[in-house]
Design a protein around this ligand. Sequence first.
Ligand code: MG
Length: 256
Amino acid sequence: MIQIKTRADFDKMREAGKVVEEALLTLGRAVEPGITTQELDEIAKRVFDKNGAISSSYHYGEPPFPGYICVSPNEVIVHGIPRRDWVLKEGDIVTCDVCCSLEGYHADAARTFAVGRISPEAEKLIRVTEESFWKGFEKCTIDHRIGDVSAAVQAHAESFGYGVIRELTGHGIGRQLHEDPDVPNYGRAGHGPRIVKGMAFCVEPMISSGRRDIALLDDDWTVVTRDGKYAAHYENTIIITENGPEIITLSEDKNV
Ligand code: MG
């Protein structure tokens, strides 16, 4: 069931969104050749602690997720476990997926960062993945349905020949990290739940530069592309207010 939020709920979610954004900005400045994915996890944890926020990822699910954020390099699509022995190198890409709660309300966002200088192909994958989000975001108004968002994301990514991951989707969010509805990155325009005031959900294209087939590693968390091609991810939390859609994990001021 889709949980409709009040203005007071949205105010609390905005505060959680600010922490998520601060963590992502801090991570973006920290990513460089030689850093480990574990160090990125520690950086995010410090931002959570400073703000009194709680990681939504830590000990989530079964087996309990061991990191405070998900750190997913190269062919890892999502749910990469931070590791002391995974050192990022020039030319890698790395996705940081950050979600936290503040006073019981969650926010969730992801970015894929370049590690030093990366190939033009990797640059393009990151760019098109973000563009796919914005194509979906254009449909996040009360005259649309979730399927309109899905179809717009899919059409943009596939127009570049990229693989759109289907097994993982965006989701409603609020008092729970994952609520109804699912927000797939593929689908049919005009279908799915109608977008109404008071909804909050994440739109999060997960795009492979190769085929869309995935594999789950033995740790039961790490999701990779089956063909080993790079994948990128771009996510924000969106709330549907009386003034229209609002992104709470991305402010105008990028200099937090
Ligand atoms: Mg999410």
